[in-house]
Design a protein around this ligand. Structure first.
Ligand SMILES: NC(=O)c1ccc[n+]([C@@H]2O[C@H](COP(=O)([O-])OP(=O)(O)OC[C@H]3O[C@@H](n4cnc5c(N)ncnc54)[C@H](O)[C@@H]3O)[C@@H](O)[C@H]2O)c1
Length: 303
């Protein structure tokens, strides 16, 4: 198969590229390198295209391909530039979508658990979306657009993926938008007590990038159009992260609790309902939090 991966230099895109190449697929890696890091794909054999998904002319130059995995997006949810977020994440998505429709190509595009906002957990694909920021709203718009065109059979296959909190190798460029696991690791590696909101009981559904990327690649072969959660189905606390890091780093650092400045609008609990995932994919996520952190620290961060 020949697959176009957009956002290929980013955290998840680069892991998707690796999996595709390992299984023998030909990859075209597209990124504008505005945020991702070339080091994430420097060892890959893929053809690299440095381009902006907003530029319609780029699609005319692409060779014949069998599938698209569309990861490119502005991913910093705290960015204040709503116009840029909506342009890249929604208009850029539409460009990719229309290209796939014209060429009759399968599309796996990326939405986000952010669309659920402060809705109830476990979060089900069928519940009412409640986007709380421009980033989440941009993903919600993509889902609405995709859903409308699924019913018209506009593409041979459309799969939307709602990742929960992804962490793992390849996220080093993300700064304050990197996972809590990476940020706490850096503090503990510097022999500082890990700083978390009082009293560390807040829970999130953390999914290791190896699982997230594997499921995204598998999505290219699903038999039906669907928008599906990609999480572990098990929320874990910030205290759990610190315990797992202490264990694998052989440290004994106590959390340093501080008041949550966002307490009034903070989600204390998010968890994916993964019934639809289990129904559609052959293998559910393999890595629990402890296994994922162990693999990440010992095979990547400490190397
Ligand atoms: N990481 C998570 O926890 C998470 C959770 C939910 C959804 N997502 C979604 O998953 C996808 C991948 O996220 P990630 O964590 O790998 O983010 P990332 O920021 O590491 O990667 C995004 C990539 O897109 C590229 N890009 C940005 N604008 C572009 C443009 N106009 N044209 C071409 N390339 C462009 C960036 O340079 C970057 O390499 C995104 O769609 C994101 O919204 C991620």
């Amino acid at each position: 198969m020949k697959v176009l991966v957009t956002g290929a230099a980013g955290l998840i895109g680069s892991n998707v590229v690796k999996i595709l190449e390992e299984r023998g697929d030909k990859v075209i890696a597209l990124d504008d390198f505005s945020h991702g890091n070339f080091k994430n794909i420097k060892d890959c054999k893929c053809e690299v295209i440095c381009a902006d998904i907003l530029k319609e002319s780029i699609y005319q130059k692409l060779p014949k391909i069998d599938g698209v995995i569309h990861e490119a997006a502005i991913t910093d949810t705290t960015l204040k530039d709503d116009k840029l977020i909506l342009m890249v994440n929604f208009e850029g998505f539409k460009n990719v979508f229309n290209f796939c429709a014209k060429k009759k190509i399968k599309l796996v595009y990326i939405s986000s658990a952010g669309v659920y906002g402060d809705g109830p957990s476990p979060m089900k694909e069928s519940q009412n979306p409640k986007p709380l920021n421009a980033y989440a709203y941009s993903k919600y718009l993509c889902d609405c657009y995709a859903q409308k065109l699924m019913s018209k059979k506009a593409l041979p296959r459309i799969v939307g993926i709602r990742y929960f909190n992804v962490y793992g190798p390849g996220e080093y460029h993300k700064g304050s938008a990197a996972s809590m696991i990476y940020q706490l690791y850096l503090q503990m590696k510097a022999d500082r007590r890990p700083r978390i909101f009082k009293f560390g009981g807040q829970k999130r559904d953390f999914i290791y990038v190896k699982d997230a990327a594997r499921l995204t690649v598998e999505a290219l072969t699903l038999k039906r159009d669907v928008i599906v959660n990609v999480g572990t189905g098990k929320a874990r606390s910030f205290n759990d992260i610190i315990a797992a890091l202490n264990k694998t780093m052989k440290t004994n650092l106590e959390p340093d609790f501080f008041d949550n400045p966002y307490a009034a609008a903070y989600q204390d609990f998010t968890e994916a309902d993964i019934n639809l995932l289990k129904k559609n994919f052959e293998h559910p996520p393999k890595f629990g939090l402890e296994d994922g952190i162990h693999d990440y620290v010992s095979n990547y961060l400490n190397k």
